[in-house]
Design a binder for this molecule. Structure first.
Ligand code: HEC
Ligand code: HEC
Length: 511
């Protein structure tokens, strides 16, 4: 398949560059290549509903977080820092927690949580007060971020125009929010401290016993992503950095909802007929027994909304002849050096990804995330992955799409390569972070990033890599991931000349 794409690549390169250069106004693909962000008036009624579900609905998941705070097993007991976050003054909240203030609320002059007209509003985007009084979280709590094309003048007082629904909050200190209330002697604190900003281990509470925090993936241009026949006659997107959630959008959404507490007691908690807490969730049973199960209409509308989100397009376009030459050279360089995976022809070409799963080899990025077992046969999320995933015979990372990549340094599934742009960065300043990340990525001599224990823990001396401590099977102590260098791998392009790298980076910024 790859070889075939490669063969057709050079023939169609002219077309590819012709379509990109000069930007959308005059191209023949305008309709499909429209990459504006989603404006209110452009959305249908269903899409608007879907947006509101994305930002607002928690379906009672908050009772799960309440339960965690009093979990009968002390090793699982954890009080997520909702109160502390909401009681942090609005003008310090972003700096302390990396969370985004809800534009519809304002600081309470008397102190304490913000004032919001919406009774479910809490002051923070995506954290909602449920009827029970519990705090639940919405999809947007992690996925909404600041709009790179329209950054806020003050990060503490964003307007809705400054919010991007799916870029992923690159600044959220999820580890701090999870670990803040743990005792100083609790080793889990060290694990949470190891999560880089913008990353969260979605298998921390539903544990595969691998320390594998992953970035909240930016996603857009879904319409143009490659789909796969998953053996059911349906073609579906591959979601998840390892392509785990590949059995369709509805199932993926339901899984995430159960992961943020929805239907926990009905569907996930151990019970007499399902005593093993890691036994597969039975989706049909869950739908039947859980009154809060998200209605099909909501799933449909969220899906419709998400399909409308377009990649942020870097402002302007090459104008001078010199820029045009660089642009063309960059596109050609990319086609040859990267196009094999980040397809420039064939399915997925508009988002630059064949969405294939790349087996683990010397070029792999840190493999711990891909080693997750939660979607395997017989495991907790088995019903949410396809047989194609289960029978592939290897795990690895999905080739990630690259449209809008100028907005999301640091790179890779674990945010390990490249700098963070300041949250209020102008597009040019944000692109500078992207450029630095690209140079770091296209270099075979990155300084290894290895996080280690600051003091001895049990049998492990200070200096032991965190992966050795936190990626072990509880019963046997068996090491489940020994890959300690977080920023390794994906050295493609490192042997290019300086001028080819510069041209490639220039071209990719506009895609
Ligand atoms: C606690 C933070 C958090 C919340 C809340 C959350 N997500 Fe995510 N989401 C993530 C992370 C982290 C990833 C990357 C997962 C991975 O592959 O490692 C992700 C990935 C995804 C992806 C895959 C994108 C891709 O290209 O692979 C989709 C789609 C998605 N989430 C949808 C949802 C939906 C729908 C909801 C609400 C039901 C939701 N998310 C709520 C953190 C979150
Ligand atoms: C063999 C397949 C393959 C080739 C060739 C390849 N990539 Fe990738 N690329 C991947 C995979 C897989 C990932 C996801 C890695 C991860 O998330 O850990 C990725 C991720 C990236 C990312 C980070 C995306 C993000 O959202 O963080 C960038 C940027 C990128 N590639 C650019 C390039 C460039 C530029 C080239 C050519 C010089 C290239 N790639 C060649 C497979 C490939």
């Amino acid at each position: 398949m790859r070889r075939l794409q490669r063969a057709t690549l050079l023939v169609s390169t002219g077309l590819l560059l012709g379509g990109g250069l000069g930007c959308a106004e005059s191209g023949s693909d305008i309709e499909d290549l429209d990459r504006e962000t989603v404006f209110e008036e452009r959305l249908s009624a269903a899409e608007r509903r879907g947006r509101d579900v994305w930002f607002e609905n928690t379906y009672g998941g908050g009772t799960f977080f309440q339960f965690l705070a009093v979990h009968p097993d002390p090793s699982k007991r954890i009080r997520i820092a909702f109160d502390e976050v909401l009681n942090t003054p609005r003008d310090q909240r972003f700096a302390q927690w990396g969370l985004i203030n809800d534009p519809d609320c304002e600081a309470n002059p008397a102190g304490g949580p913000d004032l919001c007209d919406d009774p479910a509003g809490t002051g923070v985007l995506g954290i909602r007060r449920e009827a029970s009084g519990a705090f639940g979280v919405t999809c947007a709590s992690c996925h909404a971020g600041l709009d790179p094309l329209n950054p806020p003048a003050d990060v503490n007082e964003p307007t809705w125009d400054n919010i991007h629904p799916t870029i992923g909050n690159q600044y959220a200190k999820f580890g701090k929010i999870f670990g803040h209330n743990l005792a100083a002697t609790d080793v889990r604190r060290l694990m949470f401290n190891g999560w880089r900003d913008g990353t969260v281990d979605t298998t921390a509470l539903f544990n595969d016993n691998i320390m594998n925090p992953g970035v909240v993936t930016a996603f857009w241009d879904q319409k143009h992503r490659r789909t796969f026949d998953i053996g059911t006659g349906h073609r579906e997107l591959r979601n998840g950095q390892g392509g785990e959630d590949d059995a369709g959008g509805d199932l993926a959404t339901i899984r995430v909802y159960t992961n943020i507490g929805v239907c926990f007691f009905e569907c996930v908690a151990p019970r007499p007929d399902r005593p093993d807490p890691n036994a597969p969730i039975d989706v049909a049973q869950c739908r039947r027994d859980c009154a809060n199960f998200p209605p099909q209409q909501d799933l449909d509308d969220v899906g419709a909304f998400l399909r409308q989100v377009k990649a942020p397009q870097y402002p302007g376009h090459p104008t001078t002849l010199g820029q045009a030459v660089t642009y063309v050279k960059g596109g050609l360089t990319f086609a040859v050096a990267c196009g094999n995976c980040h397809s420039v022809t064939g399915p997925g070409r508009r988002v630059y990804s064949d969405a294939e799963i790349n087996p683990m080899d010397a070029q792999s990025t840190n493999t711990c995330r891909a080693r997750t077992t939660n979607w395997d046969t017989g495991k907790l999320w088995a019903q949410f992955s396809s047989d194609v995933y289960k029978n592939r015979g290897y795990k690895g990372y999905r080739t990630m799409p690259l449209t809008g990549i100028w907005t999301t340094s640091p790179f890779f599934h674990n945010n390990s390569v490249g700098p963070y742009a300041p949250a209020d960065a102008s597009p040019a300043a944000r692109a500078a972070a992207y450029e630095a990340a690209m140079y770091e990525m296209m270099s075979a001599s990155r300084a290894p990033l290895v996080q280690t224990l600051p003091f001895p823990v049990g049998p492990f001396p200070a200096g032991t890599p965190l992966a050795y401590v936190f990626s072990r099977a509880p019963a046997t102590g068996q090491l489940l991931c020994d890959d300690v260098v977080e920023n390794r791998g994906h050295y493609y392009g490192s042997d290019l000349s300086a001028s080819s790298k510069a041209a490639l980076i220039y071209w990719l910024k506009y895609q």
